[in-house]
Unconditional design. Structure first.
Length: 483
């Protein structure tokens, strides 16, 4: 053992030292040997105790070192586990962010014809819903500039260019009609998580031929919208991208502010990304002949190009839209001249929240050659010059409407619109519309969720370039059930 060897060496050293020191008194040393031995034994025991204590301390330090190593190993394992958990959490968060991003993208791709969760029924992978409304209109009206024909479109809703001018005032004519009733189908087909595919078909009975008021009062269904929506793309027939349908007022009349609004449905191809929309849409040039007649040549070559951006927030919505068109006539039209002219326009519109429930709606539009896009084609896109070339007609228009909620079941709307054309009278004659405007007010009762009952009064006026004008005064009662 180490401690035994050290003790013997220590003892030998002490004996040697004692002999050297004690040589002059050897005899005395011999007599005291027993005493020295005892002292050495004590010292040896003391050294052995010290060595034992040192060995114990060394063992304790080893145990401490081992314990420390174990603690460090455990700490390392815990840290590794924490890192693994942190990586898993980060991966989960990233997956969640990816899903949320995809959901947001899909929401943008669905545009306006998404089906609410749980609605409709399924046929294979396609979910189908059916909706629309049934509406009865009872209208009594008179015109200052002539009697309306029995089949006049003005008997159903405000059509500014049909307001009579120059005739004798009429009495009040009363008509009942349910032809604004409409229905639509929406579909969504499951094509996987990376794409969205949906469709919409909408029909009504407005401005179509059919039966008569004597017996059947039947009308032929007509297609309003037929759209395919694939991710960010829309194909089919629908509201023009140049028109903001969401800004139209809450009127009982079919449009309410016809003279001041963009209003057009037509075939189109549209790309949507967030608030941005870009579209190419059906071209159709409408010109005013030199005798004032309306002519549609049908020789268009380039689609109408439209760009639009929509903003929205807690304050409401705002839309800016621009359009560029090529107007075109060919050698087989009118004066035998092939000519094209560029037209353009800008429209700003929106719906601004006022207080908790009220809102203010508006539109302002101006441009050259907008013709058929404004007020149900109050004036045409262009006139024909003496040499057969096109002269686009400049117009500006707008409307404003305020919606006030009186309480849980009652609301009212007050609105008005205005249109003005800069007709080249030397080319169009002075018998075309120069300006038109209208105003309306209504009160609507909502007895239960999907049912509305209301009454509306309206005044509208049209003025020709020669200064003559005619007006319309109307009272309308309507009941509408949405489903």
């Amino acid at each position: 053992m180490v401690k035994s060897g050290v003790a013997r060496a220590f003892r030998a050293a002490l004996l040697g030292a004692s002999m050297l020191v004690a040589s002059p008194a050897l005899a005395q040393a011999q007599t005291n040997t027993q005493s020295v031995e005892e002292r050495l034994d004590r010292l040896e025991r003391m050294v052995e105790g010290l060595i034992t204590r040192l060995d114990a301390e060394a063992g304790a330090k080893a145990e401490q070192a081992a314990a420390l190593a174990a603690v460090r190993a455990e700490t390392g394992a815990i840290r590794a586990e924490q890192q693994a958990m942190r990586s898993e959490v980060e991966e989960t968060e990233e997956t969640t962010r990816t899903l949320l991003t995809k959901q947001a993208e899909m929401s943008e791709k669905l545009i306006d014809f998404a089906i609410a969760p749980g609605e409709g029924f399924k046929i294979g992978k396609t979910r189908v819903t059916f909706g629309g409304y049934v509406k009865l209109d009872a209208i009594s009206q008179r015109t200052s500039g002539g009697q309306l024909a029995g089949n006049s479109i003005l008997r159903d809703f405000l059509f500014p260019s049909a307001i009579p001018v120059g005739g004798a005032p009429s009495g009040f004519d009363t008509d009942f009609s349910a032809r604004q009733t409409r229905f639509l189908f929406k579909t969504e087909t499951d094509v996987g998580t990376d794409h969205k595919l949906s469709g919409l078909i909408e029909l009504d009975f407005n401005v179509t031929d059919g039966g008569n008021e004597r017996v059947t009062n039947s009308f032929t269904p007509r297609i309003r919208q037929a759209l395919i929506n694939y991710d960010n793309w829309t194909f089919g027939q629908g509201w023009s991208t140049f028109q903001n349908v969401g800004a139209l007022p809450d009127s009982l009349d079919f449009i309410g502010v016809t003279a001041g609004t963009v209003f057009d449905r037509q075939p189109l191809i549209r790309y949507t990304n967030g608030g941005l929309q870009i579209a190419v849409e059906q071209p159709e040039t409408v010109v005013t002949a030199q005798n004032g007649a309306q002519v549609t040549p049908g020789d268009d070559q380039i689609p109408d190009i439209i760009g639009r951006y929509n903003w929205s927030g807690d304050w409401g919505t705002f839309t800016a839209a621009g359009i560029v068109r090529q107007l075109h006539v060919s050698t087989d039209d009118l004066m035998g001249v092939d000519d094209a002219a560029w037209a353009y326009g800008l429209s700003l519109s929106g719906r601004l929240k006022v207080g908790a429930k009220d809102d203010f709606r508006f539109m302002a539009t101006a441009g050259d050659g907008l013709g058929r896009y404004i007020g149900l084609n109050i004036v045409n896109d262009a006139a024909i010059k003496p040499d057969g070339t096109l002269d686009p007609i400049f117009t500006y228009s707008g409307f404003a409407a305020y919606r006030h909620v009186w309480g849980e079941r009652w609301r009212s709307n007050l609105g008005g619109s205005y249109f003005k054309a800069d007709n080249p009278v030397r080319l169009t004659t002075n018998q075309v519309t120069d300006e038109s405007w209208n105003a309306f007010a209504n009160l609507i009762w909502n007895p239960v969720g999907p049912l509305n009952v209301g009454v509306e009064v309206m005044y509208a006026e049209r003025t020709l370039e020669d200064g003559r004008s005619g007006n319309l005064q109307r009272v309308q009662f309507s009941t509408q059930y949405n489903f």
